[in-house]
Design a protein. Structure first.
Length: 618
């Protein structure tokens, strides 16, 4: 019996592999910073086929056109003869009478080397990008390496990674062979392929159990400044708190974190953050960050990605469930997918004791301030549905500001209606129980479903006014319900390049101030033709020196209204990089600072609701 069962098992495995798409990524024979990929297909059912690389992938909200990083593509029949094809666009190849298509080969360039040159394309967000550095690291976001054929997205993939024997692959996938030179993975379909990033580098990883879940953390630190073990204590504390906060909403048994620290002589990149997947996240941060700053960012950013395991990865609309990689149709509900998730990433920290109530309130205040850089009357559902297009895509970053605040106000609204018995977390739990990973809801019916799971028609009123409508959200009104007031204070007029000086960063390679591309330019910056991608090298001949940065800032504070000013900037990238002097008369920007404060004498009702809000207890 045992021998027969084994034989049948081997036969079943052989049959499965025969019907799968065998995809080999070669990390051994890397030439000119390019990785060779070979895809071998079972017999085609259709004579005419289209082969695609993704235009957009789930969790990102931009058209990145991953096919532009592919070169040397060739199509072969089952006799090894090359087939002719038509390149439709960056991502799509069309073949006629391709019943005998057997194999596709091509080379992959990485997106990291292209990230600073945005003359032709917008940069791919680093955590969803790819990096190929022979002998050092390979960040394999699989959507940048593996393509698919129309009508074959549900065919299983056998993914084989040929790797240096001294390299380790951090991933949530399970290696199915014992060889030191190859890793073999079986994936149910193309969606699972794109949901499964890997990072290969010389071994620096830890595994441990947290909250009943196996956690894998792999770290790439180019100068060796950090080791995976450095982040274990903070990560373990965070995950245990998250699992407790989510309760039965999270069923993950394993989760992998690929932490790529950029620095040293590696590629210059700027898209720091993370990208979510069902069982893993890819994280990109600067290596120059102090350890406590990395720990804080892991708590804020990685927790956000982990909360995505609930929403939208396991509770989502048809647009996400049946994602169209070639021609994506976006959902209306970024307010919930990203905004609600960002709210969770902050709420769990106060409810599980990782931050205090004042720190939590400060974060909410910052989100209110940041949200004012965006259009507060643009319906969130319209922006979300059209986020890939102008003018909506410029409003995308507001999902982390106003989106989170909408979830907060809805949380307070629900607690008020239910006398503290139900909050936003309870609503999402009920929604996940009603639907789930394999049962999507209809995008235009979500609000009806939320009314059903909460039992409160008032939720629809809130939705129609502030999420689908154009009414600005009355934050002061909702915060007042929980005993919080907004105090306004005007600051003296200041001179700077962006409206919020706190969003200024520093480029240590160019010794320059840099700014997040979502930052709002100051009136002065607009008047002199300053671009948000410009790097500030000097002000009136006074250069930026990170060791004495206060001298530079001190000089900026002495500038008066109408004073002649010269700003020296570095514009462009690579061979097109140039120094430019921008001249104009200073315009000082007066800011109204809003600070959130707990009322010294809240009413009993306000205090009760505040306690329920901050503790999650009924």
């Amino acid at each position: 019996m045992r021998k027969t069962a084994l034989s049948l098992g081997l036969f079943a495995a052989f049959l499965a592999n025969a019907q799968s798409i065998k995809t080999t990524i070669d990390l051994v024979n890397v030439k000119d910073d390019k990785v060779a990929v070979t895809m071998e297909f079972p017999k085609m059912k259709s004579g005419d086929v289209k082969f695609h690389f993704p235009k957009t992938v789930p969790g990102t909200y931009s058209e990145d056109d991953y096919g532009r990083f592919i070169e040397g593509i060739k199509f072969y029949d089952n006799k090894g003869k090359e087939l002719t094809y038509t390149k439709v666009d960056d991502n799509t190849y069309s073949l006629k009478n391709a019943q005998n298509l057997n194999k596709i080969t091509y080379l992959v360039n990485d997106s990291f080397d292209d990230e600073m040159d945005t003359s032709k394309h917008k940069a791919v967000f680093s955590p969803s990008g790819t990096d190929i550095e022979q002998g050092k690291v390979y960040l394999i976001n699989t959507h940048g390496f593996v393509g698919y054929i129309d009508n074959m997205q549900d065919v299983p993939y056998q993914l084989i990674v040929q790797k240096p024997t001294d390299f380790y692959g951090t991933t949530a996938l399970v290696d199915q062979d014992t060889s030191e030179s190859t890793d073999t993975f079986t994936l149910a379909n193309y969606a699972k392929v794109t949901d499964s990033p890997l990072m290969y580098t010389k071994p620096d990883y830890i595994t441990f159990n947290a909250g009943g879940m196996e956690l894998v953390l792999g770290v790439y630190s180019p100068t060796g400044k950090y080791k995976a073990a450095d982040f274990k204590d903070n990560l373990e504390k965070m995950v245990i708190a998250q699992k407790k906060f989510l309760g039965d909403m999270n069923t993950n048994k394993k989760y992998a974190i690929m932490l790529y620290l950029a620095g040293g002589d590696g590629p210059q990149i700027k898209g720091f953050g993370a990208l979510e997947h069902h069982e893993s996240t890819s994280v990109v941060l600067p290596e120059m960050m102090p350890k406590d700053a990395i720990d804080k960012t892991i708590t804020d950013v990685v927790s956000h990605e982990f909360f995505h395991t609930v929403n939208p990865l396991k509770t989502h609309s048809e647009e996400i469930h049946y994602f169209n990689y070639a021609d994506p149709k976006m959902s209306q509900h970024l307010w919930m997918y990203e905004g609600g998730t960002e709210y969770f990433a902050n709420l769990f920290q106060i409810q599980e004791g990782l931050i205090n109530k004042d720190e939590f309130l400060q974060r909410i205040g910052e989100k209110i301030t940041n949200s004012k850089n965006y259009n507060d009357t643009m319906p969130f559902t319209v922006m979300s549905k059209n986020v890939l297009k102008e003018p909506y895509k410029d409003q995308y970053r507001n999902v982390y500001e106003k989106g989170a605040l909408l979830a907060m106000c809805l949380d307070i609204e629900l607690r008020k209606l239910s006398n503290g018995e139900m909050g936003y977390r309870d609503m999402i739990r009920k929604l996940s129980q009603r639907f789930g990973e394999n049962k999507p809801f209809k995008d235009d019916k979500l609000i009806d479903e939320l009314v059903t799971v909460t039992g409160y028609p008032q939720v629809k009123d809130f939705y129609n006014k502030y999420i689908a409508g154009s009414q600005p959200t009355p934050y002061a009104e909702y915060l007042n319900m929980v005993g919080v007031e907004i105090q306004k204070q005007e600051t003296p007029p200041i001179f700077w390049f962006i409206k919020d000086p706190a969003q200024t960063g520093f480029d240590d390679k160019d010794n320059a101030f840099v700014f997040d591309e979502s930052s709002a330019l100051s009136p002065f910056a607009k008047s002199i033709g300053f671009k948000i991608t410009d790097k500030v090298l000097a002000l009136d001949g006074k250069t930026v020196n990170i060791k004495d940065v206060q001298s530079f800032i001190g000089y900026a504070r002495t500038i008066k209204e109408g004073q002649d000013v010269t700003v020296t900037v570095l514009r462009g990238n690579g061979d097109k990089k140039e120094k430019i002097n921008l001249k104009g008369k200073a315009i000082l920007d007066k800011l109204t600072m809003e600070t959130l404060k707990y009322k010294p004498n809240p009413s009993p009702a306000e205090l009760k609701l505040q306690t329920q809000w901050l503790t999650g207890k009924k």
